[in-house]
Design a protein around this ligand. Structure first.
Ligand code: C5P
Length: 221
């Protein structure tokens, strides 16, 4: 691949972006940037109620966070202030805190600068909500994945079950719907496909089929 290749992967919660973005990064030999993890880590660092803070206090706190990305493929390491992000950010509760913060323009502006800094002169697969629309509008290839809330909830439920964690399917679908609504309707950088994104409805596709469709689109692009 040529230098500074950026591939973007956007879509709603639970659609399978993380697995597919990691797999694509591995396949292409590029770094993998998980911007949802950056929002989650920000929420954990600043705290559950930080989205209610006055803008100046929030700006001050954000200025103390420095994100870096190293390595490539599945071995990519995202860190904040030198510490690798841990599995503690991977709960639905932290995701909702992240979604609350993510609606605030001051937070989005901070994340935009941090994410574009990481992408500067780098080749990567970036996953999130606004990668193709706002952060990397000139990316070489853009994907937007979607699936019904019921199917995304079912996949998350099976994942949790496989990890031996207690799970409630109806509750998970409800959480997904709530986060969808907040992410799709916020005023700043709402979740929408870029006009030039390749749209893939994954509702009735398995992971291998989605991956094959992505590789085919990349080869044609
Ligand atoms: O992708 P993930 O579920 O980890 O993202 C957590 C939350 O962070 C999302 O629900 C969304 O509100 C926010 N987010 C965002 N923009 C991104 C990535 C994540 O607003 N690029």
């Amino acid at each position: 691949m040529p230098d500074s290749t950026i591939v973007t992967l956007d879509g709603p919660a639970g659609v399978g972006k993380t697995t597919l973005a990691k797999r694509l990064a591995e396949h292409l030999g590029l770094a993998y940037l998980d911007t949802g993890a950056m929002f989650r880590a920000t929420a954990c660092a600043l705290g559950q109620d930080s989205w209610t803070w006055p803008e100046e206090k929030l700006r001050q706190a954000l200025s103390g966070l420095h994100f870096t990305l190293s390595g490539a493929g599945a071995a990519s390491i995202l860190a904040v202030n030198g510490a690798s992000l841990t599995e503690a950010i991977r709960t639905e509760t932290v995701a909702m805190w992240a979604s609350n913060l993510a609606a605030l323009p001051v937070v989005r502006e901070f994340q935009k600068i941090a994410q574009q800094d990481i992408g500067q002169g780098s080749s990567l697969v970036a996953e999130g909500r606004d990668m193709g629309t706002v952060i990397f509008p000139t990316a070489r290839c853009k994907f937007f994945l979607d699936a019904t809330p019921e199917e995304r909830g079912r996949r998350r439920f099976l994942q949790l079950e496989a990890q031996g964690q207690p799970a409630d399917l109806a509750g998970i679908i409800e959480q997904i719907r709530a986060r969808d609504l907040q992410d799709r309707t916020r005023a700043t950088a709402p979740l929408v496909p870029a006009v030039d994104a390749v749209l893939i409805d994954t509702t009735s596709l398995d992971q291998d089929q989605v991956f094959a469709a992505m590789v085919q689109a990349l080869n044609q692009g």
